[in-house]
Design a binder for this molecule. Structure first.
Ligand code: ADP
Length: 191
């Protein structure tokens, strides 16, 4: 199973991806987590992306396309993988299509988590409080506004892109976590 979780920051993509890892053994490929790991490791790439991420801007397509392309060849992706936070714009979506095509792979489904945007601020505030080791540098009102702006400009158009490909499904991201997981499990059972 190869799927994308699509939705604005704080929609619950990471939470749902982790449940899918536990329940089905798929690999979670979160570009945000991978970039944060590169920053924590102090790698050259990490140093390059830190300021960009802290502001809530997107890092360059080359970087994220490169890390995803390498990552999906790893053995833990054999059962399937969940793309979480990638693709985030049209160029990345097209690069992904091309990459999968070249690897002889095919996307099974794209699940869009629909949320009420004004509630995302409270969710992110809550996450900032609960994060062990202190809040993420971009979990603050200013960076979140920027992330939402970019989401609308660049990521939301992917809903139409995947709708046109006939692979889009939507779930109510405002439901309880387990109810969202149940909706996702039902979709996966049907594809
Ligand atoms: P969220 O979905 O909660 O906004 P993520 O953890 O997915 O957060 O991403 C955090 C930041 O990492 C983004 O604001 C961006 O700077 C960078 N990032 C993650 N994925 C991508 C991507 N596919 N393209 C460009 N930048 C990305």
């Amino acid at each position: 199973m190869k799927l994308i979780l699509l939705g604005p920051p704080g929609a619950g993509k990471g939470t749902q991806a982790q449940k899918l890892v536990a329940d089905f053994g798929y690999a979670q490929l979160s570009t945000g987590d991978m970039l944060r790991a590169a920053i924590a490791a102090g790698s050259e790439m990490g140093q390059k992306v830190k300021g960009i991420m802290d502001r809530g801007d997107l890092v360059s397509d080359d970087i994220v396309v490169g890390i995803i392309s390498e990552r999906i060849d790893a053995p833990d992706c054999a059962k399937g993988f969940i793309l979480d936070g990638f693709p985030r714009n049209g160029a990345q979506a097209e690069a992904l299509d091309k990459m999968l095509d070249e690897k002889g792979m095919k996307l099974d489904v794209v699940i869009s988590l629909e949320v009420v945007e004004k509630d995302l601020f409270a969710r992110i505030e809550q996450r900032a409080k609960e994060t062990v080791g202190g809040p993420r540098a971009d979990d603050n009102v200013k960076a979140l506004k920027k992330r939402l702006e970019i989401y609308h400009e660049q990521t939301a158009p992917l809903i139409k892109y995947y709708g046109d490909q006939g692979v889009l499904k939507t779930v109510d991201g405002m439901a309880q976590i387990d109810a969202v997981s149940a909706q996702i499990a039902k979709i996966l059972a049907e594809v």
